[in-house]
Design a protein around this ligand. Structure first.
Ligand code: SF4
Ligand code: SF4
Length: 229
């Protein structure tokens, strides 16, 4: 899931002070799990805006904020409220915010959250980064533990030499990723896999902006759209 945290509320309200009316958009997926885009978070935001003398014309927690087409359909029912809104505040991740920008190109759109990383909720409201979206997954070779993300140096072929008592030299609050990988491979009886030298990573796979069209007709349509410009 995409992990988000609320922006400093007083700074956000300052940013929004030039507008009088707002429509709030959350997200029932990751941002709801993070408590940054659920109904409760939206109501809290509405109260804070009203306390500043602002009007909240409406709010919605769409099914998936970054599913642009689905969100567009869900927003249709609130067209009137949106039409009389000065600005939209999106309480999801940066992708959800940009859905609103695409749906309402002539409206001011502001994010209420900072988007931090791709990770897991390990316990209620506790989030740990798990994947850096490197574009070329290697965890089939590393016991299912990501060295790119869990080792602060992103080392692909064993520890740096600074490991101390099993912990990382960068922070003794985290276990060395390569100790974790070793322990797991040992448990699985697959230590031999550690002898394989991984090639340097092709970081070009991480270079954005990415696109992935799994429908050939969609890819073709996008190309035609570009040709027209
Ligand atoms: S190797 Fe890359 S894709 Fe796989 S989990 Fe790590 S960062 Fe993510
Ligand atoms: S101690 Fe381990 S986790 Fe930390 S930087 Fe070195 S190899 Fe990476």
């Amino acid at each position: 899931m995409i992990i988000t945290k609320k922006k400093d509320r007083s700074k956000l309200l300052k940013t929004l002070e030039g507008y009088n009316s707002f429509y709030l958009i959350g997200c029932s997926e990751c941002a709801s799990l993070c408590g940054t885009g659920n109904e409760e978070a939206l109501k809290e935001m509405a109260e804070d805006l009203k306390a500043q003398g602002k009007t909240v014309t409406g709010m919605i927690v769409p099914k998936t904020g970054c599913q642009t087409l689905g969100t567009k359909v869900e927003l249709k029912k609130d067209k009137d409220a949106l039409d009389k809104t000065d600005a939209i505040v999106v309480m999801s991740c940066g992708a959800g915010t940009q859905s609103a920008v695409e749906i309402y190109p002539d409206k001011a759109v502001y994010p209420s959250n900072d988007t931090l990383f791709l990770g897991n909720m390990t316990r209620f409201q506790m989030f740990d980064e798990r994947c850096s979206l490197c574009g070329e997954c290697v965890i089939d070779k590393t016991g299912g533990i990501c060295p790119v993300t869990n080792c602060p140096k992103g080392l692909l072929n064993g520890p740096c030499g600074g490991t101390k008592d099993g912990n990382c030299e960068v922070s003794d609050e985290i276990k060395c990723a390569w100790v974790r990988i070793y322990e797991r491979q040992k448990k699985l009886g697959e230590l031999d896999k550690m002898k394989e030298i991984l090639p340097p990573k092709d970081w070009s796979a991480k270079q954005g902006p990415h696109k992935l069209y799994t429908r050939a007709d969609a890819a073709e349509g996008d190309k035609k759209g570009k040709d027209k410009k």
